[in-house]
Design a protein around this ligand. Sequence first.
Ligand SMILES: NC(=O)c1ccc[n+]([C@@H]2O[C@H](COP(=O)([O-])OP(=O)(O)OC[C@H]3O[C@@H](n4cnc5c(N)ncnc54)[C@H](O)[C@@H]3O)[C@@H](O)[C@H]2O)c1
Length: 362
Amino acid sequence: MIIGCPKEIKNNENRVALTPGGTLELVRRGHTVYIQKTAGMGSGYSDEDYIDAGATMLDTIEEVYAKSETIVKVKEPIEVEYPLVREGQLLFTYFHFASSVPLTKAMIASKAICLAYETVEAPNGSLPLLVPMSEVAGRMAIQQGARYLEKPAGGIGILLGGVPGVKPAKVVVLGGGVVGLQAAKMAAGLGAQVILMDISLDRLRYLADILPANVRTVYSSEYNIRKELSTVDLIVGAVLIPGAKAPHLITRQMLSEMRDGSVVVDVAVDQGGCIETCVPTTHENPTYVVDGVVHYCVANMPGAVPYTSTIALTNATFPYLLQLAEKGWERATAENAGLAKGLNVVRGEIVYAPVAEALGEA
Ligand SMILES: NC(=O)c1ccc[n+]([C@@H]2O[C@H](COP(=O)([O-])OP(=O)(O)OC[C@H]3O[C@@H](n4cnc5c(N)ncnc54)[C@H](O)[C@@H]3O)[C@@H](O)[C@H]2O)c1
């Protein structure tokens, strides 16, 4: 198969969909790999690294799309890429169709095959190509939270882990899924006093078993959240109700119970946020203050650490890419029901019901 990997052109996107390691594996199996020049630079891979692995470097994005049967990417194509997508071409990338009608219409019109990372399923129903980015965001939430708790960054001026003789900061993590577990683990590792809340008792049982003693698990309810607000230093928002907007667990009115200089990092901002006052921010301008509380609400947190995120993402995507390359998309999806769940738009037709519903509503 001929596989092309263009350079990501979405603002501030430094990840790349194929590493030199992945390239080597594909080339060894007889596939042709085209990489757009400098595509790997933001993630620490030079053109020479790809050439050594057996790739052919192409100067322009137009050439990559024109010469490849399969395009592997990180983010959805943006407007300037729409005309480059060819009929019958397989695109394997994040699409998030439900949030963009123009993108959906453009991909329908292209008659390409759009296999979306975000809807590929593992046999247990989990979303294996979303997990790695949640892991990155969960860990990063604490790194960012710790930073904004510092006085010069607008925070209250507390060190997350304290020091001997001084008590540590108090961190509340709302939601104990992938993001919440990683956040709790990082905060606990730094020595903070952590409260991890979820509504799933089974999940709380599991979390209580595996996390260290400085993490307490608490059932998530308005009453229990309110009890912590006047003393909390950092809140991480990490809830998800699949397919729905995040519930506002901290309302505007509740926010006023928090101290000036305390920090909220709402990772769930991409689903509307679980703190009512959260609106999406960018890496250039990540924070703002409401009622004295510093808000960090960056919608694409993993984009800030491309060296880590690229490897985390491609570790998960590559086995699927290999199946697609070896078998072609039709056989690969026929033989792997979880991979077939990734098919969203096929030759001009929406084949993934939630996307069709979202487009219908729009
Ligand atoms: N901002 C970013 O860059 C970024 C990156 C990755 C993921 N995310 C987002 O982070 C969010 C969490 O992702 P995840 O992978 O951890 O999801 P997940 O499904 O693994 O976990 C969500 C958890 O929230 C819990 N929950 C549901 N309602 C709750 C409530 N009322 N109170 C407390 N807990 C509740 C669920 O029981 C579940 O354990 C998602 O919205 C995801 O899109 C954002």
